[in-house]
Every structure is written in C-alpha cells, then in structure tokens.
Design a protein. Sequence first.
Length: 158
Amino acid sequence: MKEPNILILGVGNYLMGDEGLGVHVARALQDEQLPEGVDVLDGGTAGFQLMEYLEKYPIVIMIDATLDKNTVGTIRLIEPKFSQDFPKAMSTHEIGLKDLVESLALLGKLPKIYLYVMTVQDIANLHVGLSQFVEEQLPQLKRLILNKVDDLLPAVLV
C-alpha cells in the first residue's frame, strides 16, 4: 500500500456554528473518491494531539474559519511557514494551532502547509450547522481544495 502523501485537515469546533467550517468540509470530503495517498481528517479543536498526523505527511491542506475584515464568504489560500503567518483573528483553537506549527518548525518536522480560510461573520456558541451564506460557499471551497490536490499529486508521487 502506498504511503500517504497529502493530508486534508479540517479544524474547528462543530458546536459553534461557522467556527466548525473546517470540520464540515473535512466530513464532506470524506465522501469524495480521493486519489490514493490522500487522507482526510476531522481535526476538530485537537491542537497538539494533531502533531503525530502533521509529522506523518509531507503536505497538509488545512481548512479553517477566520474572523477578519474581508467580506463574509471570502476564501483565501495562505502558505504559512511560521505561526505568525496564520491569520491574526483565528478562532477558539488559534493558540493550539500556532503552538503546534511553532513546535514542528523548531523540531524541523513542519510539513508544507496550504491553509484555506473562509471569512465568517461570527462564531455562534452552541449551534450545530453553518450559516446559509457559508454553506453556499462550500462547493467552491471543496473545488479549490480538490484542484489543489490534483496540482500537488504529480510532485509528491515522483
């Protein structure tokens, strides 16, 4: 069996409305027919518990919600190399992810990260599900992620 090369990692809190964006996308992608060597993980708000997964893959495509000044539904691709490269207004798990990235960088084990973020309006406490506008943007976000996988696969299969 082929070693996995790409991890698609959705992060966020499923119980906090749009904050759970990454988890919703990861779950939707688990239903897709993905190429061999591509795995999907619902990382929730795990933080440091994700270290073993990030060490295992040379490439990680991460998905998360962000609170920023962009229009709600704006999708951006960030290629963070350091914790300060993450958006400043990440949500409730921001510190855990930034610490995890910093630790892996110090250990020399940081994978290449492609971070897809979508701007959300707010984070709703104790609400399962996404706002209508964010929900409507999911097909576009999924398409961008799957296109990125298609672009990356030839390089990692060499």
